[in-house]
Design a protein around this ligand. Sequence first.
Ligand code: ANZ
Ligand code: ZN
Length: 811
Amino acid sequence: MAYPFVEIEKKWQDLWDERGAHSPDLANAKKPFYNLMMFPYPSAEGLHVGNFFAFTGSDIHGRFRKMQGYDVFEPMGFDAFGIHSENFALKVGMHPSELVPRNIKNFRDKQLKRMGAMFDWSRQIDTTHPSYYKWTQWMFVQLMKNGLAERRTGPVNWCPSCKTVLANEQVIDGECERCGTEVVQRDMAQWYFKISNYSKRLLDNLETIDWSPVTKHAQEVWIGKSEGARLRFPLEGEDAGSIEVFTTRPDTVFGATYVVLAPEHPLVATLTTDAQQDAVAAYQKQAAKKNARDRLDATREKTGVFTGGVCVNPATQERVPVWVSDYVLVTYGTGAIMAVPAHDERDFAFATKFKLPIRTVIDPGEEGTPATKPEEAYIGEGRMVSSGDFTGTASESAREEIPAWLEREGFGERTIQYRLHDWCVSRQRYWGPPIPVIYCEKCGALPVPEEDLPVLLPKSDDYKPDDSGLSPLARNAEFVKTVCPTCQGPATRDTDVLDNFLDSAWYFLRYPSAHRDDIPMDPALTKKWLPVDMYIGGQEHAVLHLMYTRFLCMALYDMGHLHCEEPFKRFRAHGMIVKDGAKMSKSRGNVVNPDEFIDRFGADTFRMYLMFLGPYTEGGDFQDEGIIGIARFLDRTHQLFERWNDAKKEGGAGPSRATVSELHRVIAKVTEDTAELKYNTAIATLMELLNTLRKEENLDRETMHSFLSLLAPYAPHLAEELYETSGGEEATVFDSGMPVADADMIVHETVTLGVQVNGKMRGTIETASDADEDAIRAAVQDEPNVSRHLDGKNIVKWIVIPGRIVNVIVK
Ligand code: ANZ
Ligand code: ZN
């Protein structure tokens, strides 16, 4: 018989609402705890089980902190701008401005409110609302005024299907992060945020924050620090300039037998001789069609063409030919490399194919003289050969000394290079905040004056993207035409919209100040509530949202708008829920609809079941039948309380010593596991406790309520109900405080072991029954009788027979 979860859940959701239980007094809270979950994009399909899993785990953490006496702020909002919403609107033929509010209503009222989370709906955010995006535009304006936003023309990633430019982070393995279409290169004028100015800080600060190691690692790799040198290879002739290359191996410069420019490098035009004009032009055209992933693939057949030009190797003073090849990217380093075929795999393949000289300058050492014609590149360390004054030294030290020498000679500098690129924020789409910039022929590009914000997105049915490289807003003459804020002359507006990732880069700064129309962030509330104490979200955002938002906070900090550089003290990535071993997808037909399960089993059971599937940070496989086990657990919990309430056994003898001991063991374990997001093992431990309690004759209220406090973060409705019916003193179980484990109450089972030295019984020791061998050895050496027989002798062997005997062999 199932307990009446429908009534119970409805009752408590209404009560929480009525009492404003989840809207803490932000200004006066004593122990603020900001518990944040990545906010969803309100799709038309509604909340899926993956969202539900993620949100539940975050809510359990929030409720757990609340039990511990914190004032928990757990806001929720909707990331409703962007290509996703727009594409769907186009598909169903309904304007996104009508679709989005409908989806939000469905998400919030039909789904999120049923899950029993402590979301503070009084501070909900919708990124598409002018009262929000006014401040998104304000962010842009601040960056622009401080030289951190810049318009540049250059190669960009273009998604032919989404018909817009994408940032580097939004291209995954050469494909559009949204739609999976292969991205192509285009040359366009776009707005960039100078996130690369922050490379070093973004990397160094990682040490100061408590984040999932995988997430930190992903950021480290993406920021991509390389230590090396920029070296200049002079061109022939008076004042002809030079080609600057970036290398991480300046020790190999004596082996640089040619130089390669990226096809897009500006010097290609200067260096190409008349005879090579056609070949080079044809090659450039072909290269433009390839994506970066293919271009960098080391195993790919190398292609390239000779420019006809030469430059001078600054170390050897020899003339070396200059080639063009697409394995050199214009967007990294200087867009040019010195090729050292003897010691770099890609250069080796290229030199072999085009019969360019291969010169060994590092000898591996052990095998005597180096091969005159190497079979493959040697990329390791060794002894320098054919390297002028450096011959005979170790390559590691030459790596320091050669660039120091070239620096003195004026041929370069040692540098640190980062892979992180500036963030391109222009999108040629409709559904976003218009970029707040005005172009005037006389005054140039100007930010829209702050008092004129927001630049409203005009409602128009003509919003389909096209291949022109211009946003649909460019077709809206009324929108485009404006006056220059400086000279009052005729001017035009920027017609692109801002990247959806800017909307989400600052939403959590807005929640506490959601009521303030006059400023983006209330200074007192911001100071009190930020940085976020616990942030939970998907690992797929490691180098997207989580990088952008760190950058924006640093920039706001530098501009004096924020008191903290880092937005999230703690971040944990949650796992993924799969179904029958496969990712859930409509096409596979294995999508789990959370609504159905809540209808059948209730939100508490569904919450707990999801958390029981596997470790929260790893996820698990959804099995329809498994939920019965949790339903039974909650039924039995309900029964236990009903029986106890009826019997009113209060004031009896109290539980046995064994039950008290078990309770304290469980308090310690569940508290620790819940704090570490190990929800599945915490639930298993609660199940053990229930079994003990079911067998106990003399349960007192303290024991019953301790159990409820531990259960409450997981099954909040049922815990509230049982707390009330069993005579809880507070208005809510969440004010009843978390029980604290008393270590002295926990009885460890012990065993007695006989101890022999060289086969003769010398004493006994008491150890915990689960003591490991190290603990047993320590106990043996502490036993005075035994240790007398060990003194001054060498222990040659330990023989430990668990639970019975220890024999120490000495000499
Ligand atoms: C000469 C050399 C000799 C190199 C050698 C390597 C080994 P990371 O570690 O990723 O920073 N490189 C530089 N700029 C490039 C570009 N725009 N496109 C493609 N490759 C580029 O890699 C740095 C190395 O990658 C540089 O060091 C350069 O090759 C190449 F035995 O210079 B090296
Ligand atoms: Zn796309």
